[in-house]
Design a protein around this ligand. Structure first.
Ligand code: F6R
Length: 608
């Protein structure tokens, strides 16, 4: 998603903004730009493509000035061209914007009638002209900005600078996050604290409807009613350390390798190894779980698939009635929420627009809301009644890997906690489940040693056009996740199916050219999944089996197999995630795609 940086500074800010934008690259973007005030006049540079294109442009034609805004754009309205890139500007004002202004057509018509000429196809340019119009009617820049944002509908965050007003920076938040950074002689605006971390650790977060007016280092925040508002200044945990790949060729593979450590951190938060048992949860959570008439689980993409694995765990262990849906559907289908219901949302970024909206809706409808979230200061973390953090650390690769396994780790612990609270498992069972979870980091580390063999299989997969994944029980969401991972970074068409569904249609796709990746742990579902695998092989299907030693021995001859460590079947989703991630990674490498920033994708999806 788009990234925003603004600085009211005491030095030439363009190079500094460029560096801060690099820290937002992980969000995904397809053009970028910076505007500064040079002796009071707005000057800007914009370039389609990656930040090095903008960097080269700035090298040839540097921007001067101590006040500036920068932006990475993920195209929504209009192609990623220079004309559509931000900042959008008139002679009076330059703006950068993240999100969607829904009423831009009406506003453009009104402004066109007043003589404004638009140069881009974006909704964002509207805001620049609206502010300009209001200033031409006599309003001061900050008053014009406040009045303008009050007229915009949609979900967005925005930052602006104004001709002849050095040191003045105005920001606004509605629906998309915006952080304010504080220092002795400068102040900052950024899409997240991570972008601001090299400048300051002192940040506050704008709330819905807030407008911030920065004059030099002086920061004033106004709420949606225009009243001065106090927003707590926090010391952020975001690291100022340069985000580096630690010797790996991509963030994605670095993050795959971090999994033993970060899954271990996440488990350590929820499990007491001395028991081993789950650390007792707060009374609020325990009561909610005991009383829960139903659990609704939601999220988007990979986070949703983690939730889907959770469904199997909550049903089996805690005997809870569980409903799952993707957030973009859940929020719009007017679901019937029960009394004493609990709604659980899974999100890495904590800013996904659909997930946040579904959380708000379920909360308004009386559900106790719980968030499994990786960014502690995010909107979802702040708005949920109860937060279950994951400790994956910043995930930079657009394709989620370590966040997924940490979500699984947190959900597994939470399912055990629910079962314990509802007395649906014995103390002995709790110990066995916790002990097996605590072994997961070791098994993941052990499995990672097979990376060279998986690279070769990934290279084979790279040669094909379509791939099918299948699994049963908790391996079904893994099949969905495997297919998503492959398609998003290698652009190979892939679909995941419940193994039992193959013969209800998808089996028609089977021929020698379509590999089928079968995820079949040696568990209660093994025989059934292997029967489905045989049906596929009988029709010429080329099977790559992911299973443990016993499973591979029993399954007989297949095209290829990946042996995962033998574990308690409870934790197999955590282990089987690793081969599907590595297969996708090496298929993408073989195809030469942009693994960390695949085309068309954004890391944090703050638009619907
Ligand atoms: C896929 C991927 C996405 C995200 C989804 C939700 O690799 O990363 O499918 O899982 O956009 O994002 P979060 O978890 O930030 O809510």
């Amino acid at each position: 998603m788009c990234g925003i940086v603004g600085i009211a500074g005491t030095r030439d800010v363009a190079p500094v903004i460029l560096e801060a934008l690099k820290r937002l690259e992980y969000r995904g973007y397809d053009s970028a730009g910076i505007a500064t005030l040079d002796h009071g006049a707005i000057d800007r540079r914009r370039a389609p493509g990656k930040l090095n294109m903008l960097g080269a442009m700035l090298h040839d034609r540097p921007l001067h000035g101590h006040t500036g805004i920068g932006h990475t754009r993920w195209a929504t309205h209009g192609a990623p061209t220079e004309a559509n890139a931000h900042p959008h500007a008139t002679a009076q004002v330059a703006i950068v914007h993240n999100g969607i202004i829904e009423n831009f057509r009406e506003l453009n018509a009104e402004l066109t009638a007043k003589g404004h000429k638009f140069e881009s196809e974006t909704d964002s340019e509207t805001a620049a002209h609206l502010v300009t119009q209001l200033m031409s009617e006599g309003l001061a820049p900050d008053a014009a900005a406040k009045k303008a944002v009050a007229r915009l509908t949609g979900a967005y965050s925005i930052a602006m600078i104004f001709k002849d007003h050095d040191g003045l920076l105005v920001g606004a938040r509605r629906g998309a996050p915006l952080a304010v950074g504080y220092a002795d002689t400068e102040a900052y605006i950024g899409s997240d604290a991570f972008a601001l971390a090299p400048f300051t650790k002192k940040v506050s977060y704008l709330e819905e409807g807030d407008v911030v007016v920065i004059r030099g280092a002086q920061v004033t925040i106004f709420d949606g009613e225009g009243r001065p508002a106090n927003r707590e200044i926090k010391i952020t945990s975001a690291s100022a350390a340069l985000v580096d790949k630690a010797g790996h060729s991509h963030f994605m593979v670095k993050e795959i390798h971090e999994q033993p450590e970060v899954v271990g951190h996440t488990l350590a938060h929820y499990l007491d190894p001395a028991g081993p048992d789950v650390r007792r949860q707060g009374k609020g959570l325990r009561d909610a779980l005991v009383k829960a008439s139903r659990l609704t689980i939601s999220g988007c993409g990979t986070a949703y698939y983690a939730g889907l694995v959770g469904k199997y765990w909550f049903e089996k262990l805690a005997r809870m009635s569980v409903e799952t849906d993707v957030a973009s559907e859940l929020r719009y289908r007017d679901p019937v929420y029960p009394e004493n219901g609990v709604a659980l949302f899974v999100s890495q970024s904590g800013e996904t627009a659909d997930t946040l909206a579904a959380l708000r809706d379920s909360k308004a409808k009386g559900q106790t809301t719980i968030a499994v979230v990786n960014v502690a200061e995010s909107s979802i973390a702040r708005e949920a009644d109860i937060v279950l953090p994951t400790y994956a650390g910043p995930e930079i690769g657009v394709a989620s890997t370590k966040a997924f396994t940490c979500q699984l780790a947190a959900l597994a612990c939470f399912a055990i906690a629910a079962a314990e609270a509802r007395r649906t498992i014995s103390k002995g069972e709790e110990k066995v489940l916790c002990a097996s979870l605590l072994e997961a980091p070791r098994h993941i580390a052990e499995f990672l040693k097979q990376e060279p063999a998986i690279k070769i299989l990934g290279e084979e997969i790279a040669k094909v056009r379509d791939v099918l994944y299948m699994g049963r029980g908790a391996s079904y969401p893994l099949a969905l996740e495997g297919a998503l991972k492959l398609k998003e970074i290698s652009y190979i068409h892939a679909e995941g199916y419940a193994a039992g569904e193959m013969k209800h249609g998808p089996i028609a796709l089977i021929d020698e050219a379509v590999p089928i990746i079968v995820i079949a742990p040696h568990d209660a579902h093994f025989e059934k999944t292997i029967s489905n695998m045989q049906e596929v092989m009988a029709r010429g299907g080329k099977v790559l089996l992911i299973s443990d030693k016993a499973g591979i021995a029993k399954a007989g001859k297949v095209w290829a197999s990946i042996e995962v460590p033998t574990t308690n079947s409870f934790i197999t989703p955590l282990i089987n995630a690793i081969p599907v991630q590595l297969l996708a990674y090496y298929a993408a490498i073989a195809k030469g795609t942009d693994v960390d920033q695949p085309r068309n994708l954004a890391k944090s999806v703050t638009v619907e």
